[in-house]
Ligand binder design. Structure first.
Ligand code: TRP
Length: 416
């Protein structure tokens, strides 16, 4: 059994095994539904999903959906956070209601970040998001009372053995750490409480999948009813609905049959019944949650190979760094080049193994043809690393400069 640990500093995950063991589906199976396939899906950055079919359907049919993700403010935002930010912005443009949570409770409980720093870094994350075109709601976990109430409600459905099984928590794990987990569960369900129940997509890195699994379970447990298509009829079962709510479902469908704990309905479409049951649930004070969907992206490697993280300064670039530092970091990056120039001319470079090529692929080269040209020139030995580094540094510099300007221009949007 593989275990995914959201707080591990280093982990190498076997993607195929992960998918088959945990039931994550390859992203390829939803691309046909989307009217426009974003480059992060085309380029193999977002590789998997849970239940994204319903989100793709909402995008195609212009139905309401929510998009939420969160950032832990334990350091400055940097290149490693850009992917998920772009995913959020894209989904908002596709019609999603946008939500961003700043996970200051998690940063404080797990990383020991002071509240002051949480606030400072949190604002920087929000500035980045707005600079990239985000529209929607944002909040800090610690300052959102409704979120905390929701977290408490969620906590009634999770016990210690489940946390142990999912996260490997032990008797040494602090209660604060556990609270930060249930707060994240509440984050993921929050848009459906703040706005209305609707499919919600949570773009994350694969390390966050345990939270998604836990939340999907909690969303299900907090429902009053289950609705099942039994072929010749739809069965609506009460899990913990008040008797009057079951009666209300029965009353909505003349000709339906009511039994002890369930109502059987004939001649109606399952989607229809689901929607009605959700309404009934809401009118009796329930949540009517849709189980959240997720997408999983691979991580951009650090500039020196390995992990990109703010705890390894040479591995990444944050937006506040001076130009010379940005250029220096790119020029010092690990590449997919060969040992000698002669060898490289003969055999070509290995772009897929090159952190700088991947930086271009993730963020710096938007045009597909331009990217393909870069890949071919590298592979065929026409483009040497020195030249490519210079060109990449120019791209990164103009990107970072633009980011800084935009971040300064959106400061007024950040309310705290
Ligand atoms: N745990 C996430 C991280 O380490 C942050 C986070 C908090 C989050 N709440 C969330 C991510 C909700 C996605 C959805 O970065």
């Amino acid at each position: 059994m593989v275990e995914i640990n959201p707080w591990a500093s280093q982990q190498s995950l076997d993607i195929d095994r992960l998918f088959s063991e945990f039931g994550i589906e390859p992203i390829g199976n939803v691309l046909d539904i989307l009217p426009e396939v974003p480059s992060f899906m085309k380029r193999g950055i977002v590789i998997g999903h849970r239940d994204y079919t319903q989100i793709a359907g909402c995008i195609r049919d212009r139905k309401p959906f929510h998009i939420l993700t969160g950032f832990m403010p334990s350091g400055h935002p940097h290149l490693g956070h850009l992917m998920v930010m772009k995913e959020v912005v894209w989904h908002v443009r596709q019609g999603g209601t946008g939500y961003i949570t700043i996970a200051d409770r998690e940063a404080h409980a797990v990383r020991d970040t002071s509240w002051e720093k949480c606030s400072e870094y949190g604002k920087e994350y929000l500035a980045c998001l707005y600079a990239l075109g985000f529209e929607g709601k944002t909040y800090f976990q610690s300052r959102n009372d409704r979120l905390k109430d929701l977290a408490f409600e969620c906590s009634t459905k999770v016990n210690y053995s489940e946390l142990q099984a999912i996260y490997g928590f032990s008797s040494e794990t602090s209660l604060g750490h556990m609270l930060s987990v249930i707060t994240q569960v509440a984050d993921i369900l929050y848009p459906q409480v703040d706005s209305y129940p609707a499919p919600t997509v949570v773009p994350v890195g694969i390390d966050q999948d345990p939270h998604i699994r836990l939340t999907r379970g909690v969303a299900h447990k907090l429902r009053m009813f289950t609705v099942e298509d039994r072929g010749d009829h739809i069965s609506v079962r009460s899990k913990n609905a008040p008797p009057e709510a079951l009666e209300a479902v029965h009353a909505r469908y003349p000709g339906s049959r009511k039994y002890e704990g369930h109502v059987d309905i004939q001649g109606s479409a399952c989607a229809d019944v689901s929607a009605t049951v959700r309404q009934v649930e809401l009118s009796f004070g329930g949540f009517g949650f849709f189980a959240p969907s997720s997408t999983y992206h691979v991580f951009i490697p650090g500039l020196q190979g390995g992990k990109m993280s703010s705890s390894i300064p040479e591995s990444t670039i944050s937006f506040a760094e001076p130009d010379e530092v940005v250029r220096k970091k790119v020029m010092a990056a690990l590449t997919g080049g060969r040992a000698t120039l002669a060898e490289q001319r003969e055999q070509g470079g290995e772009p897929e193994k090159c952190p700088l090529f991947l930086l271009n692929l993730f963020h710096m080269v938007e045009d597909d043809r331009e990217l393909e040209e870069l890949r071919m020139k590298c592979r065929s030995g026409q483009l040497m690393c020195g030249q490519c580094k210079k060109e990449t540094a120019d791209r990164v510099l103009s990107f970072v400069r633009e980011m800084r300007e935009k971040m300064a221009a959106v400061e007024h949007l950040i309310e705290v």
